[in-house]
Design a protein around this ligand. Structure first.
Ligand code: SAH
Length: 512
């Protein structure tokens, strides 16, 4: 039989065995992101942050390979067959693995199978939890003053092996820091074995669970008492266990767990494409943020009519933008119709708030009018004041399909001529694209954020039960009003009705 080749360049099929990092999305490599973006098939598992799946092509096939309970895990041999089969079909397959694919990640085994089958593969290393976990707990795995050696070992060997092949006495006698993965359930046995092997009972130990995520928890102790401490509070996997003098440095260097919103679970309900900034800013302050998009943006029903409005935009005295989405939809079309920005003519531009204004500026256009308060009433007032009289002035109002009519009605009443350019529609997000709904049901949240009345309504349409202590945060009075109309209590309302304002209000609520 001819030996299988790995360089079958005739087939476009390739399998990337990719490290997905320890959890924090910021710790995913650029190469990993690229592999997700170009993949036809993404196979991921329990330890991968599922937020990275949003980088996949909309039609990519997403396969969940493993759940925490073993019953739902695809057995390794089936998984290998799957990777081979999909790659053979000529597909680009990205196999995501928590941390690094080759640090207790079975990446080597999968690569052997792929090679034996004669299909192409590549390794993409990732940041392993074995180093990132300690770092996020404020523990440097090596430190000149106390260690110059690092041992990484598994506390959970392949269960099909007859007896342990790990020589704990040797590990105990090794100099420096030891990091154990997969060992939480066997903590008692392992710490005992290490002590019997000669390690001092007073050696400092730290357990870091769900390291680098908003759910991170750290428990410290010594080799003598850590197992009892962990079982007392039912400290569960996944956790990294760090053993050695370096653990003491945490007292001085703890940085991640001391941020203002650390440990607060916050839900972001915006559309998938818009959620990023809010999630990122809350995450920056240490919150455990997850996205539960309730609406999505679609093209308007009457694209032709929108096209005509955009085409004629230079004929107006004012163009009014009342959302960042409207700005994008407008300019997407504008630059399809025209290849010269001067086709805008001399129309002046009004924006409802800084988010919308920022979008306009991204297209290198200045905003002539921004109200003091970022609501329709203020914008209307500002337009009326700015123009003295709006009698016979023409306005093109770029808006969503369903919005309050404050601006249109107010300007018309004052004698202005208003054309509505319906730039997009917001529709309920029917699929649980981020897994956020499931998470909300399973884990609840401390805070839920609403950035528009439509997010409130679409969220309530989902009829998800609200956790008892859930706090509700609203971007401003209109959103709050909608919440109250549905009988909900608004705990937090932004003073400045934009994303930084909302983030500030949440922060102040928890750390006044
Ligand atoms: N390839 C992975 C390790 C896979 S083995 C890596 O390089 O990180 C699975 C073990 O990794 C878990 O039992 C746990 O010990 C550790 N682990 C992975 N992600 C973790 C995280 N975010 N926090 C704590 N431990 C983690």
């Amino acid at each position: 039989m001819p030996k299988p080749k790995n360089d079958d360049t005739k087939s476009p099929g390739i399998c990337y065995l990719v490290g997905a990092g320890p959890g924090d999305l910021g710790l995913v490599t650029l190469r990993a992101k690229e592999c997700i973006e170009i993949a036809d098939v993404v196979v991921y598992d329990y330890l991968c942050n599922s937020a990275m799946l949003k980088w996949a092509k909309p039609d990519a096939e997403l396969i969940y390979a493993g759940k925490k309970s073993k019953a739902h895990t695809i057995p390794q041999d089936e998984l290998n067959d799957l990777l081979v089969a999909k790659t053979r079909e000529g597909k680009v397959v990205t196999r995501l693995k928590g941390g690094d694919p080759l640090v207790f990640g079975r990446g080597g085994e999968e690569a052997q199978e792929l090679r034996a089958a004669g299909v192409r593969f590549e390794f993409v290393p990732g940041i392993s939890s074995s180093i990132a976990g300690p770092a996020y707990a404020g523990i440097p795995v090596t430190h000149r003053a106390c260690t110059s050696q690092l041992t990484i070992f598994t506390g959970h060997e392949d269960p099909t092996k007859a007896e342990t092949s790990i020589d704990y006495a040797k590990i105990a006698q090794a100099d420096g820091t030891k990091v154990m993965l997969m060992g939480v359930e066997r903590l008692e046995v392992v710490t005992k074995a290490l002590r019997e092997g000669g390690a001092a009972g007073k050696t400092p130990v730290a357990l870091v669970r769900w390291a680098t995520t908003g759910k991170q928890e750290t428990l410290t102790g010594t080799l003598a008492d850590i197992a009892a401490k962990a079982s007392e509070i039912d400290f569960k996997a996944p956790a990294v266990c760090v053993i050695g003098e370096v653990v003491n440095l945490r007292e001085e260097l703890n940085w991640f767990e001391t941020r203002p919103l650390f440990g607060k679970r916050i839900v972001v309900t915006r559309t998938r494409s818009q959620a990023g900034v809010l999630s990122q800013q809350l995450g920056e302050m240490g919150a455990d943020v997850y996205e539960l998009p309730t609406i999505r943006i679609e093209k308007p029903m009457n694209m032709m009519q929108f096209g005509e409005c955009v085409q004629d935009c230079h004929k107006y005295d004012w163009i009014i933008f009342t959302s960042p989405n409207g700005v994008d939809a407008f300019f997407d079309l504008f630059f399809k119709l025209y290849h010269d920005a001067r086709a805008m003519g001399g129309a002046r531009i009004a924006a409802i708030g800084p988010g919308t204004a920022k979008k306009v500026k991204e297209y290198h256009l200045a905003v002539d009018l921004l109200p003091d308060e970022y609501v329709a009433e203020s914008l209307l007032k500002a337009l009326l004041e700015e123009s003295g009289s709006v009698d016979n002035l023409t306005f093109l109002w770029v808006k969503a399909e369903k919005t309050r009519d404050v601006i249109g009605a107010g300007l018309t009443e004052a004698g202005g001529i208003v054309d509505e350019a319906i730039a997009y529609r917001t529709l309920p997000e029917t699929e649980d694209v981020t897994g956020g709904r499931q998470r909300f049901l399973e884990e609840g949240a401390d805070v839920i954020t609403f950035t528009s009345a439509s997010t409130v309504e679409s969220f309530l349409d989902l009829k998800l039960p609200l956790p008892e202590k859930l706090k509700i945060a609203s971007i401003g009075p209109v959103t709050s009003q909608t919440l109250r109309e549905h009988g909900l209590y608004v705990d937090i309302e932004a003073e400045e009705h934009d994303i930084p304002g909302l983030v500030k209000a949440i922060r102040n609520y928890f750390t006044p």
